[in-house]
Write a protein that binds this ligand. Structure first.
Ligand code: 13P
Length: 279
C-alpha cells in the first residue's frame, strides 16, 4: 500500500527499528526492492534523485512506482531524495510522491530554515511530511568532513521548520567508503534527545552492520542505500553477460540483475530490523 512519510517513519519510531530507503533508477531496481519487501514482509521507501523526475524519465518511472506501491501488500512510501528547491519538490508532488526531502544543507542556517519551512507548509496542505537536512552530508571523495550536525542546531532547525525527520552528518558520506566509516553514535543520541524527531542516515552503502545497529539504537529511523543498489544491479548484469548460455531477450537478460538487487535489499532489510514489521 502507498503510504506517506510520516506514517512509515511513525511505524519505525513505534517499533524502534529503521526503514530502509532504497534509491531506485529503473523498473528492474523497483522490482528487485519490492520483491524483497514482499518476501521479508517489510515496510520500505523507494526514493528517486531529483534528476529522475525530468520529463523523459519521470514520465515512465513515477507512474510505475505509484502503481507498484499501491499494489504492494506492504507499506511503501515514494520519496523525493535531496530536492534542492521548491521547483523539484513541486514536480515530485505532481508525480505522486508521498514523502519529500528538501535539502537546503548547502545554504546557511537561516536560508535552509526558510526554504525547508516553506516546503513543510506546502506539503502539509496535501498531508505529506518532509525530511530536512542540517550538517551537509557530502561525498566519500570530499577532502574534509567538518560540518558535523550539532544538537543545538538540530533542535533549533526542527523547532523552526516542523520537519517529520532529519538527515544528519555524523561521519557518514555518499558513495563507497574508502575505509570503514566511524559513526559518532554519541552525537546521534545527543541530537535525537535535543531535537526529538526521528533521524535519517544517508550514505548507508558500506556502513558496517554493528555501526548501523548502534545508530538505530541511538535514534536513526531511515537509512538511505543508493550505491549498493547500483553495484548489485551492475554485478547481476556482468554475471549475465559472462554467462555463455544467456538469452538476448531483454526481459530474460534482466532476471539476474533484478535477483541481485533483491538479494541486496533482503540483506539491508534484515540489517535495519525491518523484516516482518509489515505483518
Ligand atoms: P549511498 O549511495 O552512499 O548509499 O547513499 C545514498 C544516499 O544517501 C541517498 O541520499
Amino acid at each position: 500500500m502507498l503510504v506517506n512519510l510520516q506514517t512509515i517513519i511513525g511505524m519505525a519510531e513505534q517499533g524502534k527499528y529503521c526503514i530502509p530507503a532504497f534509491n531506485v533508477y529503473n523498473t528492474e531496481t523497483i522490482m528487485g526492492v519490492l520483491d524483497a519487501a514482499e518476501e521479508a514482509k517489510a515496510p520500505v521507501i523507494l526514493q528517486l534523485y531529483p534528476r529522475l523526475f525530468n520529463e523523459e524519465v519521470g514520465f515512465y518511472l513515477c507512474p510505475s512506482i505509484v502503481a507498484a506501491a499501491q499494489r504492494a501488500s506492504v507499506p511503501v512510501c515514494f520519496h523525493l531524495d535531496h530536492g534542492p528547491s521548491e521547483w523539484e519538490a513541486t514536480r515530485a508532488l505532481r508525480w505522486g510522491c508521498t514523502g519529500i526531502m528538501l535539502d537546503g544543507s548547502a545554504h546557511d542556517f537561516d536560508k535552509n530554515v526558510a526554504m525547508t519551512k516553506h516546503i513543510v507548509d506546502t506539503c502539509a496542505a496535501v498531508g505529506i511530511g518532509v525530511e530536512g537536512e542540517i550538517g551537509h552530508v557530502g561525498s566519500v571523495n570530499d577532502e574534509v568532513m567538518d560540518e558535523f550536525t550539532t544538537p543545538e542546531e538540530a533542535a533549533a532547525f526542527v523547532k523552526a521548520t516542523g520537519v517529520t525527520c532529519l538527515a544528519v552528518l555524523i561521519g557518514n558520506a555518499h558513495g563507497h567508503y574508502k575505509k570503514p566509516p566511524k559513526l559518532d553514535i554519541d552525537r546521534v543520541k545527543a541530537i535525537r534527545e535535543a531535537c526529538g524527531v526521528p533521524l535519517v542516515l544517508h550514505g548507508g552503502s558500506g556502513i558496517p552492520e554493528d555501526q548501523v545497529k548502534a545508530a538505530i539504537a541511538a535514534g536513526i529511523r531511515k537509512m538511505n542505500i543508493g550505491t549498493d543498489v547500483c553495484c548489485a544491479f551492475a554485478e547481476g548484469t556482468k554475471a549475465t553477460i559472462e554467462d555463455p548460455g544467456r538469452s538476448i531477450a531483454i526481459d530474460i537478460f534482466m532476471k539476474k540483475p533484478i535477483q541481485y538487487v533483491k538479494q541486496l535489499a533482503l540483506e539491508k532489510i534484515a540489517m535495519v530490523g525491518a523484516a516482518g514489521k509489515a505483518e
